[in-house]
Design a binder for this molecule. Structure first.
Ligand code: AGP
Length: 609
């Protein structure tokens, strides 16, 4: 996920663009750039690293002009570098493009454009857009942008400039967000309203396959066939200083709400039809390697480890490959024996966690093939892996991992389904049902977010407790472990995740009215056993929150409160069950007045062992 801005008006475009990018830096911060149209033509400044580096460069090499575009990058194709940072430029150097999204057919477009003589300077998908506009430009910039967009498959929010049109700024979108800010004698484009709120509270929110042609006098809105469209002006209700959180009070809350969109990005280009095979760019495994797999070892830390546990369950239960999952710190402590045809899957949001990196090196040295499930492109773990499947979550700022977890789970579900497909160990019906369930997750996530008020009400009944037990079984044992971690790390309530089957072997001694239990009891193979656990706890006067499937008419009579989730295949459920648990932890912490985005003693990435 990247941030784009654009400005045309009576102020200095680079100043406006940098200010706007500051409010978009949460969307990406591995490189940044700006282009303006001046009397001398197009002028560009690009840097690696944070926006502060771009500001420093602009001090040394100033840029001025009334129309410009800017970009802060979250690398998806091509490592963070000056040549891969945006804006990207046409061959003639007179067209500049900034882009947020993923162009799925960029490789094909690139080779076609190269065959037509276009020379590329970067490894990015975005650069193909600059050359496409150049190919189609015949004096009408808007028409050239429309024709270029017609060739694109995937997602985009674009800002486009042309040296021959200093009086025009173009914005266009498909699947990636874009707003058009409306000022007096000036107009803006941006990835979200926060980037323009300092100058205007009036925006057009355009839809997919729509674009705007901005001048200092106004904005012409049209679809990508050039047909004019009407949009009502949206007045931004929140003040400018709430900007970079997009109106949310905390990054964690914002990232919980980004899950449906991020999930769609994660699935895009990989799984779109339950009757078609899954394609995992970057996995870098042949079908023969997958068929010859003798074992899969997953390793990670914290939340990523919990996602790894889900992956372990799926790979063994559904893809029928012996699998184990181990905490990274523990794995290396046991000097593991690695058999031939072993695949190691390392899971990490940051790609920089020291214990996970050391575990990778240990397993690699012992002969395992290394695949990593990562969020940050070109991170240390990604660079040392044989294959990388990026989760495409976009930057996760809140220390408590939320969208990264559900996207790690979604990615591991796709890996397990892909393995099962290649190994031919599941019926077409079972494969279809699993893939269909995965495809429903983004919409179910959106539905679960709409139930937030009900979750807050449950949180109000429990935020003054000091102890909690989270119970799960089977594929939802990791859901219980992750739910407990979320609660403990932001609310400081002592929450313990436990296998419900282990209750009688010790934890049941803890049960009393001052300890509440969250029991993950969705419909599935362990439902009856979970009911038994709930009854055991209620018999000892322990309060219970049941996580139950919509329509369950038994649990409301047994549990004190219920967090509802829509029905889905049991193997898919960890991706949805976690969302009410994230919201529950968030509201408990909020009611306790905790610093949710920066919990005490914690860091977003643990780069020391
Ligand atoms: C989870 O909310 C924590 N922030 C922490 O457990 C985290 O998951 C762990 O440190 C692993 O980080 P990684 O995914 O970046 O490797």
């Amino acid at each position: 996920m990247c941030g784009i801005v654009g400005y045309i008006g009576n102020k200095d475009a680079p100043v406006i663009c940098v200010e706007g990018l500051k409010r978009l830096e949460y969307r990406g911060y591995d490189s940044a750039g700006i282009a303006v149209v001046t009397s001398r033509g197009l002028d560009v400044r690009k840097v690696v690293g944070k926006l502060a580096n771009l500001e420093a460069l602009l001090k040394e090499q100033p840029l001025h002009g009334p129309v410009g575009i800017g970009h802060t990058r979250w690398a998806t194709h091509g490592k963070p570098s000056v040549e891969n940072s945006h804006p990207h430029i046409s061959c003639a150097g007179d067209i500049a493009v900034v882009h947020n999204g993923i162009i799925e057919n960029y490789a094909d477009l690139r080779s076609r454009l190269q065959a037509e003589g276009h020379e590329f300077r970067s490894q990015t998908d975005t650069e193909t857009i600059a050359h496409l506009v150049e190919k189609y430009y015949d004096g009408d910039l808007a028409a050239a942008v429309r024709r270029a967009c017609a060739d694109l498959e995937g997602s985009f929010a674009l800002g486009v400039l042309h040296a021959k049109h200093p009086d025009i700024l173009i914005g266009a979108r498909r699947f990636s967000p874009l707003v058009i800010g409306i000022g007096e004698g000036e107009n803006f484009i941006a990835s979200d309203m926060g980037a323009v709120r300092k100058w205007t509270d009036r925006v057009y929110v355009i839809d997919d396959d729509e674009m705007g042609v901005l001048t200092t006098d106004g904005v012409d809105l049209m679809d990508l066939q050039g047909k004019p469209i009407e949009r009502s002006v949206y007045v931004i209700p929140w003040p400018a200083d709430a900007a970079e959180k997009g109106g949310h009070r905390h990054f964690m809350h914002k990232e919980i709400y980004e899950q449906p969109m991020a999930m769609r990005e994660c699935l895009r280009g990989r799984l779109s039809d339950p009757d078609r095979p899954i394609t995992l760019d970057g996995l870098n495994m042949t079908e023969e390697e997958i068929r010859n797999l003798r074992k899969v070892v997953l390793s990670a830390c914290g939340t990523a480890y919990h996602a790894g546990l889900v992956g372990r369950y799926l790979i063994e239960n559904f893809a029928r490959v012996p699998a184990e999952a181990d905490l990274a710190a523990e794995l290396r402590a046991r000097d593991p024996v690695v058999l031939d045809n072993t695949l190691a899957i390392l899971v990490s949001q940051s790609g920089e966690t020291a214990d996970t990196l050391v575990a990778l090196r240990e397993l690699k040295e012992k002969g395992a093939k290394i695949v990593s499930v990562i969020n940050v492109v070109d991170s240390s773990i990604a660079r040392e892996s044989d294959g990388v499947v990026y989760i495409q979550a976009g930057p996760e700022i809140g220390v408590a991992s939320t969208k990264a977890y559900t996207l790690q789970v979604l990615t591991l579900q796709m890996i397990a389904a892909h393995f099962a497909e290649v190994r031919g160990v599941q019926s077409p019906q079972a494969l279809r049902e699993f893939k269909e369930g995965i495809l429903c997750v983004p919409d179910q996530a959106a539905e679960l977010l709409s139930r937030e008020d009900a979750v807050r009400e449950v949180a109000q009944a429990y935020y003054q407790f000091h102890n909690a037990l989270y119970l799960g079984r089977g594929i939802n044992l990791p859901s219980a472990l992750e739910g407990a971690l979320k609660l403990k790390e932001i609310s400081y309530i002592h929450a313990e995740g436990y296998s419900a089957g282990e209750m009688k072997h010790g934890p049941i001694a803890l049960v009393e009215p001052s300890l509440f239990t969250v029991a993950v009891a969705v419909q599935g193979s362990v439902y009856e056993k979970m009911i038994g656990n709930i009854q055991e706890i209620k018999a000892r006067e322990g309060p219970v929150i049941g996580v139950a499937t919509d329509g369950d008419d038994y649990i409301p009579g047994e549990a004190d409160h219920v967090l509802w989730v829509p029905p889905c295949p049991e193997l898919v459920s960890p991706a949805t069950v976690q969302i009410p648990l994230q919201l529950f932890a968030y509201h408990v912490a909020d009611l306790r007045g905790c610093p949710i985005d920066q919990p005490r003693n914690l860091a977003k990435t643990v780069t020391v062992e």
